[in-house]
Ligand binder design. Structure first.
Ligand SMILES: Cc1cc2nc3c(=O)[nH]c(=O)nc-3n(C[C@H](O)[C@H](O)[C@H](O)COP(=O)(O)OP(=O)(O)OC[C@H]3O[C@@H](n4cnc5c(N)ncnc54)[C@H](O)[C@@H]3O)c2cc1C
Length: 389
């Protein structure tokens, strides 16, 4: 069993509870959902019921008020058990926008219901087909009209939109041509999905190589109350940025969980599978890629812990959060590669779950932020090189 560095008693207990919950959702469950491209509703409900998705919500709003280290441990453990936290991980970090920038009335209205599971806040609509990574170029527009905003436009890759009661939406409230700074004029809204679906919003599923419940969302004169604006009009881009470190650290923790799953599978198989009269793990050609991937995982894990520690202390952690995401996504991919190679043909068989996890973990070099953009961040903000885009 691949150990965890943390010896903190509370975290050990949290990990044990997550593991226990995951035991009720064995590989068969995930295989079936993967084949059917179906949403793991029961799994998400169980996590919600046990309070795992509301650990970052303060106690006064019904959550457990824990820090990012605890949230990271939960997501890591889910992945390490072979489950897939992508079905619900966003609820943990997008809630932060509401917590940091929402009004008292919004927090009192939404957060207790998110904590209890009465409302699901799983969808985050930022990316658009024509703007891609260049968020400041989004075109979806929210026009103020009396006590409402009227929204027109299109989002893409809005994951879990069909399984969420609320969406956090980034839209333009002033045309790019009317503002000095390209990142101004964007605003953040809470969209009630059930109401919006009856008022001009449509959702179209996108089938992907893994089971991810991602969608395209179209807004055709969708009217939402003006009170659903989060914070100040025009400051939405800043609100997105303020949540990015948490998002990167949590996704990195998931990658560490994936890496541990791949390593455990690989070591078990390499010890047990015998070819030419000896375990395949005796061959350095099998051992070394696993040892190498293990080293990468451990180094990335330290960076995830360091980033989470800094985040919790309130210190700046942009560098560490980006490094954690970069290194952890690379480590999970290295372990996935080594795992397939170790298993030979069986690495491709559905019943071994490796090909499923292999497809799932590949995402994290592209979303929520691609590796190139992290390298650009490091080049520009850490090394002081000229901005490249
Ligand atoms: C399964 C899935 C789920 C997702 N879920 C969500 C979600 O819930 N909400 C949401 O808003 N978005 C979501 N996304 C979108 C995701 O964040 C974007 O796909 C990602 O940020 C990359 O944007 P893009 O696909 O438009 O690629 P592009 O921006 O078109 O980029 C394509 C490639 O070019 C590279 N590139 C672009 N510009 C530069 C540059 N200046 N320098 C170097 N390289 C560059 C990129 O790194 C990338 O490799 C999801 C995506 C996927 C695939």
């Amino acid at each position: 069993m691949i150990s965890d560095f943390s010896t903190d008693d509370d975290l050990v207990q949290i990990r044990q509870s997550v593991r226990k919950l995951c035991e009720s959702f064995p590989p068969d469950y995930w295989r079936r959902l993967d084949r059917e491209k179906a949403y793991p509703g029961q799994f998400v409900e169980a996590l919600t019921r046990e309070g795992f998705l509301s650990v970052l919500i303060p106690e006064e709003y019904g959550g457990s008020g824990l820090g990012l280290t605890a949230a990271a441990a939960i997501l890591e453990e889910i992945q390490k058990c072979g489950a897939n936290g992508a079905a619900c991980h966003a609820q943990m970090y997008i809630m932060g926008a509401l917590l940091r920038h929402g009004s008292e009335a919004q927090k009192a209205d939404y957060l207790p219901r998110i904590s209890s599971g009465a409302l699901r806040l799983q969808a985050f609509g930022v990316t658009e087909p024509t703007s891609g990574t260049d968020t400041a170029s989004i075109k979806t527009f929210a026009r103020r009209d009396g006590d409402s905003y009227v929204i027109n436009g299109q989002k893409i890759w809005t994951s879990r939109a069909e399984h969420s009661d609320l969406m956090l939406l980034l839209a333009r409230t002033r045309a790019k041509s009317d503002i000095g700074k390209r990142t101004d004029g964007l605003s953040m809204f809470i969209v009630d999905m059930n109401l919006a679906l009856q008022a001009g919003m449509t959702i179209r599923a996108i089938r992907t190589m893994m089971n991810h419940s991602t969608t395209e969302v179209f807004f055709d004169d969708v009217r939402i109350p003006a009170k659903n604006l989060i914070g100040e009009e025009g400051k939405g881009f800043r609100y997105v940025l303020s949540g990015m470190n948490a998002e990167r650290i949590l996704i990195a923790a998931e990658c560490i969980g994936d890496a541990k799953w791949f390593l455990e599978k690989s070591v078990g198989y390499a010890n047990e599978r015998s070819v030419f009269g000896r375990p395949i793990g005796q061959n350095q050609g099998i051992q070394f890629p696993l040892a190498n991937a293990y080293a990468k995982m451990r180094a990335a894990e330290l960076m995830v812990h360091e980033a989470a520690r800094l985040f919790e202390s309130g210190a700046g952690c942009g560098e560490q959060a980006n490094l954690a995401k970069l290194l952890a996504a690379e480590a999970s991919w290295a372990t996935a590669e080594a795992c397939v190679q170790t298993h030979g043909g069986f690495g491709f068989a559905e019943d071994y779950d490796i090909e499923r996890k292999f497809r799932e973990t590949r995402l994290y070099q592209v979303a929520p932020i691609s590796t190139n953009l992290i390298l650009s961040y490091i080049g520009e903000h850490v090394l002081g090189l000229p901005r490249s885009y």
